[in-house]
Design a binder for this molecule. Structure first.
Ligand SMILES: [Cu+2]
Length: 453
């Protein structure tokens, strides 16, 4: 007579060939895998594979990779959908919904050909599902609540199980009360590495999920009914100046994978380089079909990965090219005062409000240096200090830091780049300094053509 464990095992065995029901019964029914938790918004080091095919793991900016366990040849993961507190930047925390302690959720990494079993426990106050965006899988595993399977009720755990038949960059998010749950921060990325480690290998592989929130200054919970007028544009639920830099050793092959689960497109622009789109969430782009770009538009509900070789030393901005998306918590119904003379008005207002500051008549750059008292739990619209002054950015902005001598596993911030003599814009004071005619190969990317004559 079989006990309950053996019966469960017998049901799940299906067509697999096993030595004895007792042996696999013990391994198959291990109970729920541990649900790892993360309490930090710091970028966690990449997790090298401990078994199976080798691959170069990804680095999720201000994120982490979900651990797995092997169970009878199946990679098992445990996602927990739950309310989380996420530090968007120093001085601003949001009350979101996410996975395993964070929003965005942890990155799932596996290998083409793997079978994965993903336990999803719902600790939200309403049902949820997980849709595996871009994956080719059985219809009933697709995670559309009501269509693929019933919603996962609060307190319950569902199991998704499927084979990873192709490599690439995919995403996961709820497909039940989707508008609310995604506005609350529920999303993550799912990277399937090629089975052949020699297929388009890179040395550094960064992941960015574009997301957005509408959180009034001084409050903690996003407005979930906002459609387009978000005030916080985030990468992996993080805003500049606290998005970590992309640290790269000179000469590295680098890939940046960018997913977009916001409600608008984001043209991601990287300075100092040109690059090519190597992969979409539909698959790898054949090399003959790639063309050079310096900005790539990431459409809504899509992923684009681009590759480049890090030949050029320096601190290179990488950001969304929609200028409103590199601002933090700003209001959009503010009048424009460019060119207006507020002198007389200022005198009148100051009779009643002595601290009044006239703003905006000469542009808004003074916002970058001003230290006005702010409500609790917000950060300035334009902020961040570089080696040469205020950077006046926010939101979707970071820096690619290319240096000599960065160790293979080192992602720590190397500080600011020091421009060599002759390689930094300078003030004209009436005559050119000596370095202006310096022909040293270190200070020129291309040698000056020999003069004719
Ligand atoms: Cu944008």
């Amino acid at each position: 007579m079989m006990n309950r464990r053996q019966l469960l095992g017998a049901g799940a065995a299906g067509a697999t060939t096993l030595v004895s029901s007792r042996a696999w019964g013990q391994t198959l029914n291990m109970g729920l895998p541990e649900a790892a938790q993360m309490d930090s918004a710091a970028t966690q080091p990449p997790v090298r594979p401990s078994s199976g095919p080798d691959y170069n793991p990804v680095v999720t900016l201000n994120g982490w990779t979900l651990p797995h366990r092997m169970n009878n040849g199946v990679k098992e993961f445990h996602l927990v959908a739950e309310p989380v507190e996420r530090e968007l930047a120093d001085g601003m925390t949001a009350y979101l919904w996410g996975y395993n302690g964070q929003s965005t959720g942890p990155t799932i990494e596996a290998v083409e050909g793997d079978r994965v079993r993903i336990f999803v426990t719902n600790r939200l106050p309403e049902h949820t599902t997980v849709h595996w965006h871009g994956m080719i899988l059985p219809s009933g595993m697709d995670g559309v609540g009501g269509l693929s399977h019933p919603g996962i009720p609060p307190g319950k755990t569902y199991v998704y199980e499927f084979d990873l038949i192709k490599s690439g960059t995919f995403m996961y998010h709820p497909h039940g009360d989707e508008m609310v749950q995604m506005a609350m921060g529920m999303m993550g990325m799912f990277v399937v590495h090629p089975r052949d480690p020699a297929f388009r290998p890179v040395d550094r592989d960064f992941l960015i999920m574009l997301n957005a929130f509408d959180i009034d200054p001084g409050t903690y919970v996003p407005r979930v009914m906002t459609m387009t007028d978000f005030n916080l544009w985030t990468w992996n639920s993080r805003i500049f100046p606290d998005i970590d830099p992309l640290v790269v050793n000179r000469g590295d092959r680098v890939r940046v994978r960018v997913g977009n689960l916001t409600m608008t497109n984001h043209p991601i622009h990287m300075h100092g380089y040109d690059f090519k789109v190597s992969c979409t969430d539909g698959g790898w782009v054949p090399e003959a079909a790639q063309w050079p770009e310096v900005s790539i538009d990431i459409p809504v509900g899509a992923m684009r990965a681009f590759d480049f070789t890090a030949d050029h030393l320096g601190d290179w901005a990488i950001h969304c090219h929609k200028s409103h998306h590199t601002m933090n918590a700003m209001g959009h119904d503010v009048p424009t005062f460019i060119g207006a003379d507020k002198t007389a008005l200022t005198a009148k207002i100051r009779k009643h409000q002595p601290e009044y500051m006239p703003m905006g008549t000469a542009g808004m750059a003074d916002m970058g240096t001003m230290e006005m008292p702010l409500p609790d739990n917000t950060i300035p619209m334009m902020t961040g200090w570089g080696p040469h002054g205020p950077i006046e950015m926010g939101g979707m902005f970071s820096v690619v830091k290319v240096r000599e001598g960065i160790g293979a596993e080192d992602y720590s911030d190397p500080g600011w780049y020091e421009n060599p003599p002759g390689e930094q814009a300078y003030e004209w004071t009436g005559k050119l300094p000596d370095f202006a005619s310096n022909d040293s190969p270190e200070t020129r990317l291309t040698p000056r053509p020999a003069s004719k004559g």
